[in-house]
Design a protein around this ligand. Structure first.
Ligand code: NAD
Length: 366
């Protein structure tokens, strides 16, 4: 059978993967010609950032441990003052998507090179995307200036990530890979990475829950997260990411937990319109049905099941559907308000996903 036409564009990346690779941070800074790095982290990971600074010695100008979820612009501006006062020539981000988001926001404003050292599975380090929040509104932008020059995946830094945070962060990564499989600009290379990502994460996460210091399970999960992040950076996302963006922004729900709850429901919504993607997800999971198997996996790992338990009010169901219907985005199945409402209502109570078929199964712009 002739291959369908496709376009494949790769983001430049230099990846150091494996236990102990953090030790090469100084060499990497030197390779980039950097002499004065600002080390970024959240307040919770300040100790780790300080330890990295001590290890780097004189190349570490300072630690700024103020990163916060959804990249508030006020935090970025404060960090920018700090950075300019010290005359830093580079950024080292050590942490999850919040810290890496701050590094990207600073890189966008200064053009400084970044070295990202991810400690969750969110995948931001592999994307040219930045979401920033100002006055409670989140806006997203895309620029090649946002891409880190180097990404160091040192599995040892993930051992402290609490089990439940690991599970929801892992599902956040799986969501990138699932939507990459049915993206409008899906292509064979990214689909290979997506399937491998889902398989590695599904294999690694149960081991992480059993023993959060299991290096082998952690390695699988981190490998999957890297591939999933590369998928997110390479092709467009669809309904699932749109809904999570709306829910996170409107009700201040936690990012990774929202992805975990919503993913099986959106997959069921899209299943009939994206049969090949669902077949590949099911194959990666080694199960017959993609959406219900992911739901079952999340349950077996003790992840949150409902939007209600994440703190969303019940009247938020209609509000979120309205917002999703208002904005333009691509999805393999047309967003239909009544079906979306049913889907969000099921997610709100934590019911299993339900495949409700569209009358017209074709790709669309809302
Ligand atoms: P996070 O970065 O907010 O981390 C959650 C908490 O876990 C923080 O307190 C953090 O310090 C702590 N933590 C992280 N790693 C740890 C470890 N190994 N051990 C112990 N504690 C650890 O959460 P996240 O889910 O990684 O990132 C969410 C943010 O990233 C959101 O703002 C989201 O919008 C953004 N994001 C952006 C992209 C993108 O491409 N732009 C992609 C994914 C996520």
């Amino acid at each position: 059978m002739a291959k369908a036409a496709f376009t494949y564009a790769a983001n430049p990346a230099r990846i150091l993967f494996g236990p102990g690779r953090l030790a090469e941070l100084g060499i990497e800074l030197d390779r980039l010609g950097c002499r004065s790095a600002l080390i970024l982290s959240t307040p919770e990971q300040a100790g780790l950032a300080e330890a990295v600074a001590v290890r780097l010695g004189a190349v570490a100008a300072s630690v700024y441990a103020g990163a916060a979820m959804h990249t508030p612009v006020a935090v970025t501006e404060d960090a920018l003052l700090h950075l300019r006062r010290l005359g830093c020539d580079s950024l080292v981000t050590i942490g999850g998507g919040s810290t890496i988001g701050l590094g990207k926001a600073l890189a966008l404003r200064t053009g400084l090179p970044q070295i990202a050292i991810p400690t969750t599975y969110a995948g931001s380090e592999m994307t040219p995307i930045l979401g920033e929040t100002i006055d409670g509104r989140k806006t997203t932008q895309c620029s090649s200036m946002l891409l880190p020059a180097v990404v160091i995946y040192d599995v040892e830094l993930t051992l402290t990530l609490p089990s439940m945070l690991s599970v929801v962060s892992g599902f956040n990564a799986i969501a990138h890979a699932v939507e990459a499989l049915y993206a409008r600009d899906a292509n064979p290379v990214v689909s290979l990475m997506a399937e491998e990502a889902i398989s590695a994460l599904a294999q690694g996460l149960p081991g992480v829950v059993k023993d959060r210091a299991d290096l082998s399970a952690r390695g699988d999960a981190q490998y999957g997260a890297w591939l999933a992040g590369a998928c997110l950076g390479a092709v467009g996302m669809a309904l699932h990411h749109k809904i999570c963006h709306v829910l996170g922004g409107t009700f201040d729900l936690r990012h990774a937990e929202t992805h975990t709850v919503m993913l099986p429901h959106v997959m069921a919504y899209n299943a009939a319109a994206a049969p090949d993607a669902m077949r590949r997800v099911a194959r990666a999971l080694g199960r017959a049905d993609a959406a219900s198997s992911l739901f079952a996996l999340a349950r077996s790992l003790g992840a949150p099941a409902s939007l209600r338990e994440l703190g969303m009010p019940e009247d938020g169901i209609d509000q979120s559907v309205q917002q999703v219907m208002q904005d333009q985005y691509w999805n393999p199945r047309a967003p239909e308000a009544a079906s979306l409402r049913g889907m969000v209502a099921r997610a709100w109570v934590g019911a299993p996903p339900h495949e409700d078929r569209a009358e017209k199964e074709e790709g669309c712009h809302a």
